[in-house]
Design a protein around this ligand. Sequence first.
Ligand code: CA
Length: 230
Amino acid sequence: MDAKILIVEDERDIVDLLRYNLQKAGFETDYVRNGADALHRAVERPPDLILLDLMLPEVDGLIVCRLLKNDPRTKNIPIVMVTAKVEERDRVAGLELGADDYITKPFSPREVVLRVSAVLRRLQAGKQTESTQQIETHGLTIDLDKHQVLTENGPIDLTATEFKLITLFARSPGRVFTRDILMDVIWGAEYYGIDRTVDTHVSRLRRKLGEFGKHIETVHGVGYRFKEVS
Ligand code: CA
């Protein structure tokens, strides 16, 4: 694998640790020490993924994340945020701004390599399924043309909302979706409802999926995630 990872981090020790381990795992690495350089570098030498520390001098990591996701030249580059454990609000905000995953400090180098690989793999899988109009995962087949979910025991009868939910989850296994993101995606940004609406739809979907329902995992205090195929 020769994917290039751009590390955005101001602490030299952490940069060295990340570079050493990512390179050992076969990644190419590049690094910058602040947000302004990150924005320039991402355009000049686009990486395959950005590892973004949220605690940066001058421009805050969340702002960097928003600017990257709002720029057409960089919006498709996946971002994995690195945060301190106490910053749950930041984590949620980052995911809502379009970050693909997060790692909390202190992290093990192995965890970083696994998360980065998983996000890149997920993206690759997504590209392949788009052309076939079918998503196959965990023994489920989602037919995007026929709007049908099939198991080996036959089709599962879902409402339009439930179908949207399972498609969204299955397109990005491992990605955490906050309740707010799910509300926006499913019902549109103009919808005003209460949080429980999402939970109700997800639990109904889980029930209908039967044994497959267990693959939709609850991320406490944040939202939901579809389990990655191991
Ligand atoms: Ca830092």
